[in-house]
Ligand binder design. Structure first.
Ligand code: ADP
Length: 429
């Protein structure tokens, strides 16, 4: 499909990126006082940036820049040119406010349409959109891209699970878009209502907004009878559709739409760019944004990037997100992401995919406890199960942890938004 620009060679892509980068840097410097200030402080002028090789000269942009300029100070166009305003979910503090011109919304539609197509969606199919509609970029972002692709959108939004199950069963969408935890929950809820998901029309699930693992993929694919792929994005860069995994190349990473968003991976402590394949913080520079040009945005998301030599597209791929740099737990000196624990839990048959990680400090010692919800019919005092979980988690992460089993349906379920898995109460000591 031509929207991928698959005829673009790597040289052609570089030339396009360089030309767009120069324009973006000038635009940001001339129209956003915060960028001018940061350039001036280190004696940098827009002409110093001629190609992507010069990117390392630019300072990083962080959530702090957005917070200091809340709500509209990072916008590079007058308000009359703004066609839509969104805000990030605020997972790590005050939400950042983002704006789009009509041109930006066209780009948003284009990258989401590409992503949906890559995930298996086709014109004429129906999309059950269970991403939140509202300030969150997910709902309307997916909506616009699906419309551009020529799909029929069912704008379900989050929550009201009974209604979601009815729609899946009666409206017969072929594609669903939601968070991975909500897809797991929906599979479970269909089962509970005696619905055989083989009878649904669903073929593809496009999952994002929070980190997930291969074990979740297996559960969603068997639970909903779909092929599941990963969509990634963040409000500051555009929203969902910054990258997308191909449903035909599952497990090999997600294509980054590099003609619009230039990626780097840098060391989380030194900020130095890392070679392809090494894991660090993902940093993006937007190449076509008008309302909100963003230079070297420090996403805080941990992953690696690498070209896939088997691919026919010129775009680089990113691995799955291991977690956020600020969500990396350091427990008794060991670095830990919740996805590592998740990988263990989701392979154990007697528990359902719903858990919480509690970190505390008692007598100056970090304590780690994982609460897991058991399946119906399994006892919460099942000593053998607890012992198995403690041993497997310890083997995976290298430190001891306590395990608490909780009864079925007692833990808060995903309502479609981002699920909080980590409860770290150590800083109150
Ligand atoms: P907030 O930072 O407040 O959550 P957003 O709503 O813009 O703001 O969410 C963007 C963030 O969501 C990303 O930076 C990333 O941490 C997470 N995210 C989005 N898609 C994925 C995905 N497919 N895998 C892992 N994390 C994701």
């Amino acid at each position: 499909m031509s929207i991928f620009k698959e005829n673009l060679s790597l040289d052609g892509l570089r030339a396009l990126q360089n030309e767009r980068l120069k324009k973006t840097v000038r635009h940001a410097y001339n129209n956003v006082p915060q960028y001018k200030k940061k350039f001036d402080e280190i004696g940098l002028v827009p002409n110093d940036i001629q190609t992507i090789e010069d990117l390392h000269k630019l300072p990083f942009t962080t959530k702090e820049d957005f917070r200091q300029n809340y709500p509209y100070g990072m916008f590079a166009v007058p308000m009359e040119k703004i066609a839509r305003i969104h805000a990030s979910s605020g997972t790590t503090g005050q939400p950042t406010v983002v704006g789009y011109t009509k041109g930006d919304l066209d780009v948003f539609d284009e990258v989401v349409a590409r992503s949906l197509y890559m995930a298996g969606a086709r014109p004429g199919m129906k999309l059950h959109n269970a991403y939140g509609y509202g300030l969150f970029t997910g709902g309307l972002g997916i909506h616009g891209g699906a419309t551009k692709l020529g799909m029929a959108v069912i704008p379900v939004s989050t929550g009201m699970t009974d209604r979601q199950v009815t729609i899946l069963n009666e409206f017969k969408p072929e594609v669903i878009c939601c968070t991975p935890s909500y897809a797991q929950f929906l599979a479970q809820e269909c089962r509970k209502r005696g619905i055989d998901t083989k009878d649904l029309a669903l073929k593809y699930a496009i999952l994002g907004a929070e980190p997930w693992t291969e074990s979740i993929r297996n559960q969603v694919e068997s639970g909903l009878h779909v092929k599941a792929s990963n969509i990634y994005g963040l409000s500051e860069i555009i929203g969902p559709g910054v990258s997308q995994e191909s449903v035909e190349e599952q497990g090999t990473g997600s294509y980054i739409w590099e003609d619009h968003f230039y990626p780097e991976v840098v060391d989380k402590d030194t900020g130095k760019p890392l070679p392809h394949g090494e894991q660090g913080v993902l940093v993006f520079t937007t190449l076509t944004k008008e309302a909100l040009p963003v230079l070297r945005y420090w996403t805080n998301d941990i992953c690696s990037i690498q070209y896939d030599k088997n691919s026919t597209l010129p775009y680089i791929k990113m691995s799955t997100i291991k977690g956020r740099a600020d969500n990396m737990l350091i427990v008794r000196g060991v670095n830990l992401f919740h996805t590592q624990i998740e990988e263990v839990l989701y392979k154990v048959d007697k528990i359902v995919p719903n858990y919480q990680i509690h970190v505390n400090r008692v007598n100056n010692l970090d304590t780690l406890r994982v609460d897991c919800e058991v399946k119906e019919g399994v006892s919460v005092t099942d000593e053998i199960l607890m012992k198995q979980l403690r041993a497997e988690i310890r083997m995976k992460i290298g430190i001891a942890c306590d395990v608490k089993l909780v009864s079925p349906f007692s833990m808060p379920e995903s309502q479609g938004g981002k699920t909080q898995r980590i409860f770290d109460t150590r800083d109150v000591y």
